[in-house]
Design a protein around this ligand. Structure first.
Ligand code: ZN
Length: 431
């Protein structure tokens, strides 16, 4: 396919900037908030009383953001149209007592976060990111975005069977990054982070730190029709959702629903947290929005009954070297447009009426789309869609973008697809 000049470079270039600027969920929501602020959205505090005013608003909590746009003509019972996504990606996260080492090497103790493809973290130049919490309760973002750490793979001479027998990695023994040589001192890592962030180490009351690959996202392929980069699962959807919400909220748009972006943390380990999809965050924001506009419980029930959520997350493109693992009749391809994800056992929330909503949005946007369903012999993954549907009783459709190397430290997608997804999401939010 000759796609060299077909795709919207502007959108994909901006996604690359977003990915590089978002090594942690905390950075991703800060980047999203910055783009929303530029478009006229304003942050509202969960601890303040909310008012009935129209316009763009957002709530930030940890690694989650909920943003919505109240049109002038909205009533208390106006339904919502929600784009759902998640901000977290599988990686290695710093343990509470991080300073460790062996044999004269300085190392950092890490936990494995989510369903990480462990081998993809070997022999990469890794930076350190996340947030620190100061004693006064305020947060500072941390981003040491240069080669600092590495998980070195054992040389083949000391592991002769590795290629034939497969690489076996013990999560506790084999994944500890090195970050230098010398004596291990208690408090070394946090002192280093304090210095890098320009704060006094004694002021640090807590931290949430993780490692990231410092290699920049890049176009790939003969015609640069592919995009390689970190955390596309699922920052690709977060970025598209932000772009779609801003596009749908432009002045003069005749909206019959309230467009919403809900980007949650902790999807990769089951969504059970105060910032995860299983928590009350989205429901609280939607309810408070109804009540702030003078709505009753009845108005809230009416609004929720008319609400639809497109939950966008990555899915599997057909792998040329392992095509037998995929469903033979359903082979999503990069640059074929967004995918509709179906699983009758409700690992995905899509049903026939959801399909119709998604197909209509793609048609309005002039965007091609594809079906994804698992091979019956392979267990199917899941996402925030079924949780959102069950938690809030909201009609939910699971969609996304087909990628390769899901949960690798560096994933691969079609360079057209982010823009096609954003166009479909915009048409959906516009109703
Ligand atoms: Zn995901």
């Amino acid at each position: 396919m000759s796609s060299a000049h077909r795709f919207d470079r502007g959108h994909t270039d901006d996604l690359m900037t977003f990915l590089a600027a978002s090594p942690s969920p905390y950075h991703a929501v800060a980047e999203a908030a910055e783009r929303l602020e530029k478009a006229g959205f304003r942050q509202v505090a969960e601890t303040d009383a909310w008012d009935a005013s129209a316009g763009g608003k957002y709530v930030l909590r940890g690694g989650a953001i909920i943003a919505w746009f109240v049109p002038e003509e909205a009533s208390a019972a106006t339904p919502f149209r929600i784009v759902g996504a998640h901000t977290d990606s599988p990686n290695l996260r710093v343990k509470p007592l991080p300073d460790t080492g062996a044999q004269g090497w300085r190392q950092v103790a890490v936990e494995i976060y989510g369903g990480t493809l462990l081998n993809t973290w070997l022999d990469r130049d890794l930076g350190l990111s996340g947030r620190i919490t100061l004693r006064d309760g305020s947060h500072r973002l941390v981003n040491v975005d240069r080669p600092l750490l590495r998980v070195p793979q054992l040389a083949i001479h000391l592991d002769r069977g590795v290629n034939a027998d497969g690489l076996k990695l013990d999560k506790q023994r084999h994944m500890t990054p090195i970050w230098g040589l010398g004596e291990v001192g208690e408090g070394d890592l946090i002192s280093f982070v304090a210095e890098e962030t320009g704060v006094d180490a004694a002021e640090i009351g807590g931290w949430d730190l993780m490692v990231h690959s410092v290699e920049a996202p890049a176009y790939l392929g003969r015609d640069q029709e592919l995009l390689a980069g970190p955390r596309m699962d699922n920052l690709l959807s977060v970025h598209a959702g932000v772009a779609a919400l801003i596009a749908a909220s432009r002045p003069g748009a005749a909206l019959t629903s309230i467009p919403v972006l809900a980007a949650f943390d902790h999807e990769e380990n089951g969504s059970q947290s105060d910032t995860g999809a299983e928590g009350p965050l989205l429901g609280n924001v939607l309810e408070r929005s109804v009540f702030a506009r003078g709505g009753s419980y009845e108005d809230k029930a009416r609004a929720f009954a008319g609400t639809v959520c497109l939950s966008s997350d990555t899915g599997h493109a057909v792998h040329p070297n392992y095509s037998e693992r995929h469903e033979p009749g359903h082979h999503p391809m990069p640059n074929g447009g967004p995918i509709l994800k179906v699983n009758v056992n409700q690992r995905y929330a899509t049903d026939g009426s959801g399909r119709a909503v998604f197909a209509a949005a793609c048609e309005r946007a002039g965007v091609p789309w594809q079906h994804f369903v698992s091979n019956n012999s392979m267990p199917c993954g899941t996402t925030i869609g079924p949780i959102t549907a069950a938690r809030h009783g909201i009609t939910t459709v699971d969609i996304g973008v087909a990628i390769l190397s899901m949960h690798s430290a560096r994933e691969l997608c079609g360079a057209d697809d982010p823009h096609l997804l954003a166009s479909a999401l915009t048409a959906f939010l516009e109703g």
